[in-house]
Design a protein around this ligand. Sequence first.
Ligand code: UT7
Length: 332
Amino acid sequence: MPSSQVAVLAGLGSWLPPRVVGNEEIAQRLDTSDEWIRSRTGIAERRVVDPGTSTVDLAVEAGRRALTSAGETEADAVVLATSTADQLCPASAPQVATKLGLNGVAAFDVNAVCSGFVYGLATGAGLIAAGVARRVLVIGADAFTSLVDPEDRGTVPIFGDGAGAVLLRAGDPDELGALGPFDLHSEGELAELLWVEAGGAKNRRSDDPRDHYLVMQGQTVFRHACARMAESARAVVGAAGWAVGDIDRFIGHQANIRILQTCAKQLGLAEDVMYSNIEKVGNTSAASIPIALADAAKEGALQPGHRVVMGAFGAGLTWGSTLLRWPDVIPG
Ligand code: UT7
């Protein structure tokens, strides 16, 4: 395979579990209100998995739609971005691949939490550039509400469940849909700002059940999210030889509408360049960007040739960006 092969976005799909949880339902059991949640986050409702539905189920639905959107039944590899794998061990991607009928293909998880999809795209693009695979299914899927303490008003209103996926194929750097460059970063010293302390190898079982749930220092995370996403968008745009003003659509991680607004201000972008679907889905972690891509494409907010930047930020801390000129894809 020629070394100039890059990853081209050839298919797109998303899937949300059917159960809608509106702000009022949360306000009935926690000390919060629809007004507070809307004004502080931009969220009106989110989707939540029913018991028995898992990340693998969400990922399979989104993956199937991305394959159909690309007109493909095969892929050579499955990269699943998630921090809510069905089991602590093994990874969930092999189960997803099998359920999609992709028997025997390379399949593994990437865990960069809410930045996972952008990390997953970089991994998929790397497999293609290295000649390891010609078609890579990259899925972002999280049943993130499984990590949320049902008693914590600081996190319950924010998070939702869902999945989104793209099929990447080997192609030419000049094609619409060609991905890259990438800009990826992390800062492990700040892991405690947003983490689940117990359940892993360091603290397998804690006597305090709250240690098994997500703890978030919201305000500090908020400030890092705005600054890092803006910084990374500038870096990736510069590396591509674009100017910030060339961006037609910014598809950012949907963590909080105010983060997207602040990020737009820091970049000097008009607010309508920032796409948001957070009102309907909340923060779906690794699924957030591909669900937003699919919704934006369905609404006509992404048109072939648009210069699109994807920007992510999440626990770890991790953050990163990539870009493309939007291809002619019909999302499933
Ligand atoms: O996805 C990965 C990254 N995650 C994020 O990027 C999340 C980033 N953080 C945020 O989005 C915001 O910090 C939150 C939405 C989590 C919180 O919004 P905030 O504007 O930063 O609120 P705050 O934590 O500063 O709290 C303001 C007030 C406090 O009351 P006092 O001290 O002013 O009396 C809180 O106790 O709001 C109170 N509060 C609530 N009130 C009603 C906190 N949560 C709630 C709530 N309902 N759910």
